[in-house]
Design a protein around this ligand. Structure first.
Ligand code: GDP
Length: 296
């Protein structure tokens, strides 16, 4: 995950740690490396510019204290700024509402929506001991409903059946009634994906959002898409009040730029990261831990 970025940055870190003095010139050298590393990782250019400007400002302005070497202090600045870039503190899933807490899953086809719905069901069932129901409103691909049924069973959660003949809104309403009368804590609503952002899709998901009033609307996006991931996230964020983003396939050889810029560009927090195809391959996203990992 983010291997190139990690390699490049850890080279910078190694050099810096040995520096006894921070000068304008070695800051410039360091920033050049950081800028290259980020661009190579496919981080959006304006994000890179702002990031390096902030690191520079903090590095030049900082007092070097205690037993830290100046080089280490500088590395600390990069680390904190990286974490801040990805959102700073982790933002957990919000389920604080009258049950069932409804979570709407949105995203393009192939992003990993159905898989993520089941992974989330599993995480909530196992770790938080929640009673979870899943439902598919994807009436366009009959296989999608069957797929959710299969993965929900793997997750140990309950599945609410739907049929391609039904209307998405009707399915959603029935599922909410069922979840309510059977005392479910959480209802995860998988929706139809399209190959690209189109108006009909946006309208449908807006209608679902209006009817369901979910406490969480998560946008699931494939991190391997790099810059495109950020653009699609922004398009969705413009039409739907997203409460969070799930970055999938962070285990692939993604250059990882999406992880670094999606927060900055959309303003929506990354709440989870998909790290394998398996049912337990979903982790709550923690910007600070991620920054540590990236810096090796
Ligand atoms: P949907 O069309 O958005 O519902 O996408 P799917 O859930 O069907 O996922 C598409 C493909 O991506 C499937 O082969 C999944 O196994 C795979 N996938 C989803 N999330 C991850 C992940 O975090 N890592 C990896 N390696 N594969 C994933």
């Amino acid at each position: 995950m983010l291997n190139n970025l990690t390699q490049r940055l850890s080279r910078v870190v190694k050099t810096l740690k040995g520096e006894a003095r921070i000068t304008e010139s070695n800051i410039q050298d360091m920033l050049r490396e950081v800028r290259l590393a980020l661009l190579e990782a496919d981080v959006a250019l304006p994000v890179v510019r702002e990031f390096t400007a902030r690191v520079k400002e903090k590095a030049l302005g900082q007092e070097v204290v205690g037993s830290l070497t100046p080089g280490q202090a500088l590395v600390g600045v990069v680390q904190r700024e990286l974490a801040d870039l990805m959102g700073g503190d982790a933002v957990p899933l919000n389920l604080a509402t009258q049950p069932p807490a409804i979570v709407l899953m949105a995203g393009l086809q192939g992003a990993g929506k159905t898989t993520t719905t089941a992974k989330l069901a599993r995480l909530l069932t196992e770790r938080q001991k929640k009673k979870v129901l899943t439902v598919s409103c994807d009436v366009y691909r009959p296989a999608a409903i069957a797929q959710l049924q299969t993965v929900t069973a793997q997750a140990g959660a309950e599945f609410f059946p739907s049929s391609p003949q039904d209307k998405p809104l009707d399915i959603a309403r029935r599922a909410v009634d069922y979840a309510r009368s059977h005392h479910f804590d959480v209802l995860l609503v998988d929706t139809a994906g399209r190959l690209s952002v189109d108006e009909a899709m946006m309208r449908e998901i807006q209608e679902l959002h209006g009817a369901l009033k979910p406490i969480e609307s998560l946008f699931v996006v494939d991190a391997m898409q790099g810059q495109d991931a950020v653009n699609t996230a922004r398009a969705f964020h413009d039409t739907l009040p997203l409460t969070g983003i799930v970055l999938t396939k962070l285990d692939g050889d993604a250059r990882g730029g999406a992880a670094l810029s999606v927060r900055q560009v959309t303003g929506a927090p990354i709440k989870f990261a998909g790290v394998s195809e398996k049912i337990d391959g979903l982790e709550p996203f923690d910007p600070r831990r991620m920054a540590d990992r990236i810096l090796g």
